[in-house]
Design a protein around this ligand. Structure first.
Ligand code: GTP
Ligand code: NA
Ligand code: MG
Length: 407
């Protein structure tokens, strides 16, 4: 639903395209700065973000890496993107990464503008490129399609104004809005650990205004904004919607693509970060507890599993002894059963933890059941709990597992 206090905000533009088709050069040309010169090997190693002005209107650009290895970062880059510019070198045409980019752009559902770059070159063939793009569902307006193709040259500066005008026209239709008075929410486009500054993150503000002194959380990192530095290296007090800044003051380096949010207090930021940390940790743990009972059964059937671990809980001592000795007798030549823990009493969280941290381990309960919170933990950790009230059913199931034919 629409925020009644939202006002117009600048568009965020992501530039994508095949390696060396001129993304960084195009941005340089737009900024009249020289980013490419300082880059090792001329390859963009990270996502940079910059805001420029065209006829008094701001436009924010994200320069995404062109190399295939950075494809996932590029996908993150599109998340906050209002308009995608696909750069295609007019002398080289559609390449594998151009196709990748077309797919990402289409999936993101945002408007696309094509910049036909390197038009200064004699070998430039814009019609050939238009044909190739049309074949992949990007049809030029002048061919009756719905995508603007703007001929440009990053080298000579030709067409740059046309490109910027096209961006502003497209943005106008989108009616992009944000509320500068809302609590700040910003996307991390790059981050690093810097000498003297500690963890720093380059962000683009999506909503609200990020201010020096704000308590922020960013994934599992948090902190108080100590300083904001704009793209020209100048310290600023605050940064508003669609604008970029380097944030100093986090306790650890957040991942690119992470969302930074201003919180009401230091305590709230810390708590939120801690919750997020726990969430990520649990996700990792449940990933690492790979084997379900079915998995273990098929591993046994395939001869890949030589030992099955069991954690056993029962209601009384008598049944514990009976089941333990029966389980030991069940072992066959191929697979041995190893009761790593057994005891009288309900199934507890530490039983679940033990199974979760042991490879190929089964949690069995006889006449005992897990409580709700134990069940929840088991679910989170991907641990199957098998409970029984008849001994031979328990033994039947285990026999089934050992013969690789669990019911
Ligand atoms: P990656 O970030 O490595 O994917 O490359 P990129 O797409 O950012 O390309 P980049 O700007 O690094 O340009 C690659 C090469 O093309 C450089 O040698 C540029 O000088 C050259 N180049 C870029 N734009 C133009 C142009 O409009 N005309 C000509 N003649 N050369 C260009
Ligand atoms: Na390059
Ligand atoms: Mg580049």
């Amino acid at each position: 639903e629409e925020d009644p206090n939202a006002v117009e905000r600048p568009p965020i533009i992501t530039i994508m395209g095949h390696v060396d088709h001129g993304k960084t050069s195009l941005l340089d040309s737009i900024r009249k700065a020289k980013v490419t010169e300082g880059e090792a090997g001329g390859i963009t190693q990270h996502i940079g973000a910059y805001t420029i002005e065209q006829k008094g209107k701001a436009i924010t650009f994200i320069d995404t890496p062109g190399h295939a290895a950075f494809s996932s970062m590029r996908q993150r880059g599109t998340d906050i993107t209002d308009i995608v510019i696909i750069v295609v070198a007019a002398d080289d045409g559609v390449k594998p990464q151009t196709l990748e980019v077309i797919k990402i752009a289409k999936d993101s559902g945002v408007p696309i503008i094509v910049a036909l770059n390197k038009m200064d070159k004699e070998t430039a063939n814009p019609d050939l490129v238009k044909g190739q793009m049309a074949e992949h569902g990007i049809s030029p307006v002048d061919w009756g399609g719905d995508v603007e193709f703007v001929p440009v040259s990053a080298k000579t500066g030709m067409g740059i104004d046309d490109l910027l005008e096209n961006i502003l026209l497209t943005a106008e239709v989108l009616e992009l809005k944000a509320n500068p008075d809302a609590p700040a929410k910003a996307a991390v486009v790059e981050s690093s650990l810097e000498k003297g500054r500690g963890p720093v993150a380059t962000v683009i503000v999506q909503n609200g205004t990020l201010k020096v002194g704000n308590n922020v959380v960013c994934g599992s990192s948090y902190g108080r904004v100590k300083a904001l530095v704009n793209e020209n290296g100048k310290q600023i007090k605050e940064v508003g919607p669609s604008h970029t800044a380097v944030v100093v003051g986090l306790n650890e380096v957040p991942a690119a693509g992470e969302i930074m949010m201003a919180m009401n207090s230091d305590k709230e930021a810390k708590e939120y970060a801690h919750k997020r940390y726990e969430y990520e940790r649990n996700k990792e743990l449940s990933k690492s507890t790979k084997s379900t009972l079915e998995d273990m059964t098929s591993m046994i059937a395939e001869g890949k599993l030589k030992s099955l671990k069991v954690v056993l809980k029962t209601d009384v001592h008598g049944s514990l002894e009976a089941i333990r000795s029966s389980l030991t007798e069940l072992r066959n030549d191929e697979v041995k059963i190893d009761v790593i823990s057994s005891g009288v009493g309900g199934i507890t969280e530490s039983d679940v933890e033990l199974v979760s941290n042991s490879e190929n381990c089964v949690l069995l309960g006889f006449n005992v059941r897990p409580t709700g919170s134990v069940k929840a933990l088991a679910k989170q950790r991907n641990v199957d709990i098998r409970t029984y009230s008849i001994i031979y059913q328990l033994l039947d199931d285990m026999t089934g597992m050992l013969t690789g034919m669990m019911a």
